[in-house]
Design a protein around this ligand. Structure first.
Ligand code: MRU
Length: 368
């Protein structure tokens, strides 16, 4: 996608290092960080310099490549995988990418592993871009089927599932960019997404970079806008989707799904097949939910009127705070899951058909 008009990915290889946009500095500064070790890559994921399920997966894959560069022995690889796996528990793309890397590398002689690791990580990154392009087109078909309540289409999104949350292209925002490219008159309501404000800081920034009309709203405003007929559909990403179609995504997603259901508004989840976790039968009961530090609730970060970075406390000293980072939206509230295999229903059959569709396409590509 574009940053000040220049095409850029969220992460890329830079020689023997991995470069990525530091998302903790946005929207006020565009800073690129270079990591040259597994430890730095793991820290970047844990501190959310890189975040968003697909990007976490790609970052972990590049992290393994950094590790293999230093020590490609079985023990070295295992240590790299363990360090990266321990960073964030909810986005299953992390484990998926680490599994892909291990499967590719362990059968190889140690001397060949470092080079192969870079190739495999790059392939995961490039596949993510192609996947998101397909999600964009499938989502565009759904958008075209909407009957807008006003002259312009109004979508609402939560958190950031745009290109910053992936290698490029985005998941929930891929159909938005496709709709813009197709000439549709589209506007996005952007939930601020407390406590880390990924909507206000990241989604608003990337939509602005691409000229997508958007309005940032307080998290609590969505239900009111839906009741008032000012939202045609809700579209969000996912960190993990269980076998029964339950969807884990950024905390607050469930409330938006409840409001959309009550108002008869489509609630779409856009995610790659690598976000599906068929090993978890029931998402509400089984998906692990990350609890992050209470300070993320106590403190807000931003810039003051002089542009200086400030961190301010908003809660009384002595008050406790709890910070669950994700929630699970039951499948019955999800109108469709938009994957690279197409839009599927949020149920067991839909999840299976998306996985099978992906496998069939991969086999067809190999046979060509
Ligand atoms: O805690 P984050 O910012 O990593 O959470 C991100 C989300 O919840 C996204 O909606 C999800 O990962 C999908 S990203 C394409």
């Amino acid at each position: 996608m574009r940053v000040n008009g220049v095409p850029m990915r969220a992460i890329w290889r830079d020689g023997a290092r991995v470069a990525f946009i530091d998302q903790t500095r946005l929207p006020h500064r565009i800073a690129v960080v270079h990591a040259d070790s597994v430890t730095l890559m793991a820290q970047a994921i844990a501190s959310m310099q890189v975040r968003g399920a697909p990007l976490i997966g790609a970052a972990a894959a590049f992290g393994v490549a950094l590790g293999a560069q230093r020590d490609a022995s079985d023990e070295g690889l295992r240590a790299a995988v363990d360090a990266l796996a321990a960073t964030r528990p909810t986005a299953v793309n992390l484990q998926w990418a680490l599994r892909q890397m291990q499967t590719r590398l362990t059968p190889l002689p140690v001397a060949e592993r470092a080079a192969a690791a870079w190739v495999a990580a790059q392939q995961i990154a490039d596949d993510d871009v192609a996947t998101n392009a397909a999600i964009g087109q499938h989502g565009l078909e759904l958008i075209r089927g909407l009957q807008p309540r006003s002259s312009r289409l109004n979508l609402l999104t939560h958190c950031n599932a745009g290109w910053l949350a992936t290698v490029d292209g985005g998941t929930a925002l891929a159909p938005v960019y496709a709709a813009l490219d197709a000439g549709l008159d589209i506007h996005v309501w952007v939930d601020e997404t407390r406590p880390r404000n990924q909507g206000a800081a990241l989604t608003a920034w990337e939509l602005g970079q691409h000229g997508v009309p958007h309005t940032v709203i307080a998290d609590n405003a969505g239900g009111h806008l839906m009741q008032a007929g000012r939202v045609d559909a809700v579209i969000v990403g996912a960190d993990r989707i269980a076998a029964n179609g339950d969807v884990a995504n950024k905390i607050g997603t469930y409330l938006k799904a409840l409001a959309a259901h009550d108002c008869g508004i489509p609630f779409w989840v856009a995610a790659p097949v690598s976000t599906l976790d068929p090993l978890i039968a029931d998402g509400v009961a089984g998906i692990p939910i990350e609890t992050r530090h209470a300070d993320e609730v106590h403190w807000l970060s931003g810039v003051d009127t002089t542009g200086r970075k400030r961190r301010v406390r908003i809660t009384p000293e002595g008050s406790a705070a709890l910070n669950p980072a994700f929630d699970v939206t039951p499948a019955r509230l999800v109108s469709a899951i938009i994957t690279e295999s197409g839009a599927v229903p949020a149920n067991r059959e839909g999840v299976v058909s998306a996985i099978v569709g992906k496998g069939q396409r991969a086999r067809a590509n190999r046979d060509l």
